[in-house]
Design a protein around this ligand. Structure first.
Ligand code: 0L1
Ligand code: MG
Length: 273
């Protein structure tokens, strides 16, 4: 399953940029923003992203779904943008619920509580009906690990798009059929680190309602060359601000009525950027 667009045309300089980002991720070493060395349009940034994900796929990884970023009004305002961004998530990024991840694999990881949708059917990007509810079959509490490959976690919109929207890891909690879960539009969300609440929020922070992420993903997929297939995961967006993820901690998120999802970070590692 590969959601990445087939990249055509003269992409040699964009290929170099994708390799830089891939090296930064593989060696957990922060790099300067791409836009500090070259100009990049949003379209070119998405081409770099597709090439970057292509590196993972060439190593045997598989695209498992997509994620949206800048889904909260506060974050979008902070970045001076008025639309969401889309990235790919892969099997290799998945941490099993309750499983362990190694902070040495990241540069300066942060974690954020999310809601995930499971696509039950292929989504035709040209299908434009406003109701897209038929596409999702289940919903789950989720965690996303974001890790900018740029120094100091600083970037422009084009930089972060090229960097696959900072996607680095994710955990999916128990799936619940959409019909059983009911309306998930305003559910309380708590993020705990080592048993202490560090963030609280609501699923309403995700585009006003996480359900809107499904239509937004379809729109972004069409515009930027992603495919949405049955069985894929859609990380809808963060319900609270992201918090730094330190070595050795235990993280748990609870979404009211959906349950809990968690991970453990192995001891050791540190901030590399
Ligand atoms: O998943 C997200 O909302 C993150 C999008 C990229 C921006 C960031 O790294 O904070
Ligand atoms: Mg996120």
């Amino acid at each position: 399953m590969n959601a990445a667009k087939a990249v055509t045309g003269d992409t040699s300089s964009l290929t170099t940029l994708a390799s830089r980002l891939d090296d930064a991720q593989s060696t957990a070493t922060a790099i300067p923003q791409l836009t500090s060395i070259t100009s990049l349009t949003l379209e070119e940034a998405y081409t770099v992203q597709h090439l970057l994900v292509g590196h993972r796929v060439a190593r045997g990884d598989r695209v498992s779904g997509v994620k949206l970023g800048f889904t909260s009004r506060a974050k979008a305002r902070q970045m001076g943008v008025d639309d969401v961004i889309i990235g790919s998530i892969t099997r290799g990024m998945e941490v099993p619920d309750g499983g362990q991840t190694d902070s040495a694999a990241y540069i300066h990881p942060r974690i954020e509580p999310e809601v995930a949708w499971l696509l039950g059917q292929d989504v035709d990007a040209d299908e434009e009906s406003p109701d897209i509810g038929w596409a999702v079959e289940a919903v789950a509490p989720a965690l996303e690990i974001i890790d900018s490959r740029y120094r100091d976690f600083r970037f422009t919109l084009e930089d972060v798009v090229a960097d696959n929207t900072s996607a680095a890891g994710y955990v999916i909690g128990p799936w619940q059929p959409v019909a059983v879960a009911g309306d998930v539009g305003n559910r309380g969300v708590g993020l705990e680190i080592d048993g202490r609440i560090v963030q609280t929020g609501s699923t309403a922070a995700i585009l006003g309602h996480p359900y809107r992420a499904v239509a937004a993903a379809r729109r972004m997929a069409k515009t930027h060359g992603f495919t949405l297939r049955a069985g894929m995961v859609l990380l809808a967006g963060a319900a609270t601000a992201a918090v730094p993820l330190a070595a050795g901690v235990r993280v748990q998120s609870t979404v009211s009525g959906l349950g809990c999802v968690g991970l453990q970070v192995a001891p050791g590692g540190g901030d590399h950027g």
